[in-house]
Ligand binder design. Structure first.
Ligand code: NOJ
Length: 519
């Protein structure tokens, strides 16, 4: 008889489970070991996750005075010479004439989706009333071409390009009449394109359009009041940003109600809004700056997210802005609350925030004084741009924890470069690929961590006119020779990388590997 051997209970447990150990180990490895993020492929993202790239009408189309299009406030602004280099978007990348070539490029790149916007002054040149048949034809053609190539059209209805005529007639966003005209424009879009467009964005970045246009006055319609902005011809920085934002919010909700009541059942699409998603971090480790950064995130993100999710502006804004912050009537609040199937976020950078003492002599503040912070835009003006990829994770966590984890689409993320010679042709933009890889890695981890993000769009598909910077700042995966009459397109290395990823390759392929980009 073999001698009895005393064994510990742990050893007994191991012996008893020995037979199942390989299986057990396998399960443990899959359950706890984080996926090696460097070896990620698109298959690691959730089923149905959409990868795309984007542009907007004013920035990409050109053909500014062709086929019945009339000026937007951005045409006026650029023609008045407000850009340092005097550039306009009259021709830009000329997608109006090159859309077929562009869609072919998108297809070869492997995009699931293209995000573009519909120019109100092209479709309804007088702002309301008659539809321009040539405008209708152009967007029908573009949408058909995308679908023919298996690319989902994601259409933004309003991307900053307000018809100038509505600005002149009633002050644009400052009047509630904007809501009615915008809703009629949206109706034309749903009616004519909604059989093929399954993803609608009502408004792009209302949380910065209103600051640029109505607080600091650096953008059209250039409204501001001293000392918050200078050289404006009129305006009230203490009140107008909030009024303009209120009308954009109500216009958004009105278009969503219209879509849900009249079109959704037959067309079956989804509708949302896209916000600028800067992330605010404290400038120092003092508790004052920590509180200031929190306030700034509430002013920047909560300004729209709070009403969209809870039906009213954030309490911190109510308290600090007081009566200058418009009220949402009960019926309006009900209409705004839940008025999205997804929320788009454009994420590029962080801003460092410093708390500011309120100057009691100053009776009225602007948005930044209301938030009791030093205006953080100064750092952007000085070229101090910080883009740490972890900030995207913080933004997505913030949305998950504070706004009931809404479905999110990252509608813009990208790296702009400002070469010394703006027209220089640049093929090798490895830095851009690395930038995007870093962000996609963070996005993957955020999704694993519970974020409800469903899509990611690179800004931009190709070089376009950049608001305020003209052609000096380029974001394109594909380049455009802006000096060539034919606006020749060319493929950058970032486009090759994105293409290899979209075709199933690794997120970080070994450098110099052959990439299966087909162009
Ligand atoms: C946000 C805007 O939506 C887009 O029009 C702009 O070009 C990019 N950010 C880059 O600044």
């Amino acid at each position: 008889m073999a001698p009895l051997k005393l064994v510990s209970s742990g050893e007994l447990w191991i012996r008893a489970h020995m037979a199942r150990l390989p299986f057990f180990l396998l399960v443990v490895v899959f359950a706890v070991a984080p996926r090696d993020a460097s070896a990620l492929t698109r298959r690691d993202f959730p089923e149905g996750f959409v990868f795309g790239a984007g542009s907007s009408a004013f920035q990409v189309e050109g053909a500014a005075a062709e086929d019945g299009r009339k000026p937007s406030i951005w045409d006026t602004f650029t023609h008045e010479g407000y850009l340092n280099d005097g550039s306009t978007a009259d021709v830009s990348a000329d997608q109006y004439h090159h859309y077929k070539e562009d869609v072919k490029l998108m297809h070869e790149m492997g995009l699931d989706a293209y995000r573009f916007s519909i120019a109100w002054p092209r479709l309804i040149p007088d702002g309301r009333g008659e539809i321009n048949p040539k405008g209708l034809e152009y967007y029908n053609n573009l949408i058909d071409e995308l679908i023919l190539h298996g690319i989902q059209p994601h259409a933004t209805i309003y991307h900053f390009d307000l018809p100038q005529v509505l600005q002149d007639e009633y002050g644009g966003l400052l009047s509630p009449r904007f809501i009615e005209d915008y809703t009629a424009f949206a109706d034309v879009c749903f009616k004519n394109f909604g059989d093929r467009v399954m993803h609608w964005v009502t408004v792009n970045e209302p949380n910065i359009e209103t600051i640029g246009g109505y607080d600091i006055g650096s953008e059209p319609p250039r409204r501001c009041s001293y000392p918050f902005g200078e050289n404006c011809t009129g305006g009230n920085s203490s009140a107008e940003p909030y009024i303009a934002a209120h009308h954009l919010l109500l216009a958004h909700a009105s278009a969503v109600s219209l879509y849900r009541d009249k079109y959704k059942a037959t067309q079956g699409g989804q509708i949302g809004i896209t916000l600028l998603g800067w992330w605010h971090e404290p400038a120092t480790n003092t508790s004052q700056d920590a509180a200031a950064a929190t306030r700034m995130n509430d002013f920047h993100i909560g300004w729209f997210m709070h009403p969209l999710v809870y039906g009213d502006y954030p309490p911190v804004m109510r308290i600090r802005v007081g009566d200058r912050l418009p009220r949402l009537a009960e019926e309006e609040s009900a209409k705004v609350r839940g008025s999205f199937d997804f929320v788009g976020f454009n994420h590029y950078l962080i801003l460092r925030v410093q708390s500011a003492e309120i100057d009691s002599a100053q009776k009225l503040g602007d948005y930044y004084v209301d938030a009791a912070v030093q205006n953080p835009l100064q750092s952007i003006a000085e070229g101090q741009i910080e883009s740490p990829p972890w900030a995207l994770g913080k933004l997505l966590d913030h949305l998950k924890l504070n706004y009931e984890n809404p479905p999110v689409i990252i509608h813009e993320n990208g790296d702009g470069d400002a070469p010394d010679t703006p027209s220089a042709i640049e093929y090798d933009d490895e830095y851009r690929s690395e930038f995007l890889q870093d962000y996609l890695e963070v996005l993957y981890l955020s999704i694993r961590n519970g974020s409800n993000t469903r899509g990611y769009f690179v800004w931009s598909f190709l070089d376009v006119f950049e608001f305020l910077f003209g052609y000096k700042l380029r974001f394109g995966l594909c380049g455009v020779d802006m000096n060539a009459d034919g606006r020749t397109r060319y493929v950058r290395s970032s486009a090759r990388w994105y293409s290899s990823f979209l075709h199933g390759g690794e997120l970080r392929p070994p450098v110099h590997s052959d990439r299966p980009y087909v162009v």
